[in-house]
Design a protein around this ligand. Sequence first.
Ligand code: AMP
Ligand code: ZN
Length: 136
Amino acid sequence: MADCIFCKIISGEMPSYKVYEDEHTCAFLDIHPVNKGHALIISKKHYADFLEADGDTLARLSLVAQKVARAVKESLDADGCNVTTNVGTAAGQVIFHVHWHIIPRFKNDGFKLWPSQGDYNEGEAQAIKEVISQNL
Ligand code: AMP
Ligand code: ZN
């Protein structure tokens, strides 16, 4: 993809702090880290997002994400990490090339997880689970 920043990082057209690379996958530091050591795992083949990528690509990304997450946690002496991928603008995706975030987390870093918007109304969970099941 000609104007994709992550494709340019793969081709070497744009610089990055690469921590891992193999035939299909590449990992580098996020330029605006949530916490220092925040890394991104990307496939070398361009897919817009997690929902578009093929199964082999996702399997490889997942294995590399685990490998990098272990190394990030160990290297930064983190207490935990978030392993996450955003799909779509509404979910905060800004680079439309499939990637996983590995964000090292510390007990006192002050970040909260998403707040709940409220529990289900009577019968609502059942109805939603039925629609999701039917669409699988
Ligand atoms: P997302 O919101 O999931 O699309 O995340 C995209 C991430 O890419 C953001 O956290 C950015 O800070 C990061 N990013 C954007 N440009 C670069 C770059 N040139 N090198 C490294 N990370 C980048
Ligand atoms: Zn791309």
